[in-house]
Design a binder for this molecule. Structure first.
Ligand SMILES: Cc1ncc(COP(=O)(O)O)c(C=O)c1O
Length: 364
């Protein structure tokens, strides 16, 4: 693909245009002026792009899935109370991974019934807050977490709605640092080791937990729809062997977004079709009702922005960065010894192999 102005512009938010004088503007704001005013890197989110992406995904779900379906925004992409207030009006579910995100979500007006608490290594404080606030689901990531949740949930209240994050151990074709569904992943309960089935049994036997959903997240920048089919079938198969019928199914996000002019045109249809078909077929073969399907686009909610751009005519280090803001902030945070250590620990904020203060080989 040649580097035409159109190909270049297609990487930016949809409200970006080249002004008659040659300057770039997004939503009517000159990028050069914004860079001069706020400094760079400057992260921008375009409401028109976000809404267009959501309505495209909703349209695809309507066409391909006869059951109930929802789009959950993954707050790790970017979240602030102010931004959240805009999102809260769009009928989205929300994935959060920390107390801070939970609190911001509450202040932004998200109803607890639309929030899922993800993340591995959840702290007791995070779990307590999720229980107290009555979130839609706590997404369990390990046997240790299950034990902690059972202890904190205690008797005498309604069983806590739990989704189980299953790691299907598939060879996901993407940068290994962001392939969270593969055999070496530190996330979720692995299928091959039998952990996932053990967790399914434990939740079903627990008087204080209720298994309401199954979840996997294969990674990011995935371009092969087949791997989603395989993962759906693997997870449904394990559930079926343990006699667990999911009311909700969340196959995560991860479908690749464009970074450069030469990447193929953006098209989420193969991803959504694959996921919908696999869930439909897998459930119908087992005589199960269709679960509520929850997809979790993260970067896809706000793509169409190059990760780094030299802004035309704007000085010596004029970079504008696009999406994946939170990651950029977290992983390029001051590289203190403490920060480095924290980011190497298995935690909800650190994908495998990433550490603070270093550029991610695949992303940044
Ligand atoms: C559980 C979960 N859901 C959704 C996402 C969003 O992924 P992406 O931005 O690649 O669509 C992530 C990203 O790490 C994730 O961990």
């Amino acid at each position: 693909m040649s580097k035409t102005p159109d190909a270049f512009l297609s990487l930016f938010p949809i409200s970006t245009e080249i002004l008659p004088g040659g300057e770039l503007a997004t939503a009517g704001f000159s990028l050069r002026e914004l860079a001069a005013r706020y400094g760079t890197p400057l992260y921008m989110y375009d409401g028109a792009t976000l809404k267009a992406q959501l309505s495209r995904l909703r349209g695809l779900l309507d066409q391909n899935y006869p059951g109930e379906a929802a789009v959950a925004y993954a707050a790790k992409v970017y979240f602030s109370t102010r931004f959240g207030r805009r999102l809260a009006g769009l009928g989205l579910d929300l994935d959060v991974v920390s107390l801070g995100e939970m609190d911001a979500a509450r202040q932004a007006g998200f109803k607890p019934a639309s929030i899922h608490l993800h993340g591995n290594n959840k702290t007791a404080a995070e779990i307590d807050a999720a229980l107290e606030w009555g979130l839609h689901a706590i997404v369990e990531d390990s046997l240790d977490e299950l034990a902690l949740l059972e202890e904190l949930a205690g008797a005498g209240r309604q069983p806590v709605p739990v989704w189980l994050r299953v790691t299907p151990d598939l060879d996901v074709q993407t940068n290994p640092h962001i392939a969270t569904g593969s055999a070496g992943s530190k996330f979720g309960l692995h299928l091959a080791s039998g952990q996932a089935k053990e967790a399914l049994r434990r939740i079903q036997e627990s008087p204080v937990l209720s298994l309401t959903g199954l979840h996997f997240h294969l990674g990011s920048q995935i371009t092969d729809p087949e791997v989603y089919r395989e993962a759906v079938e693997g997870v449904l198969g394990a559930a079926s062997e343990e006699g667990a019928v999911p009311m909700e199914f969340s196959p995560g996000g991860g479908w690749g977004v464009r970074y450069t002019e030469t990447d193929p045109p953006d098209d989420p249809a193969p991803w959504i079709q694959a996921v919908c078909e696999a869930v439909r077929e897998g459930c119908s073969r087992r005589g199960w009702p269709l679960p509520r399907l929850v997809i979790e686009p993260g970067s896809r909610s706000t793509p169409s922005a190059p990760r780094k751009r030299r802004l035309p005519g704007s000085g010596s280090s004029p970079w504008m960065a696009g999406w994946r803001t939170i990651r950029a902030r977290r992983y390029t945070a001051p590289a203190t010894a403490r920060g480095r250590l924290r980011n190497r620990l298995p935690g909800m904020t650190c994908p495998p192999g990433w550490s603070a203060g270093t550029a991610n080989p695949g992303i940044f």
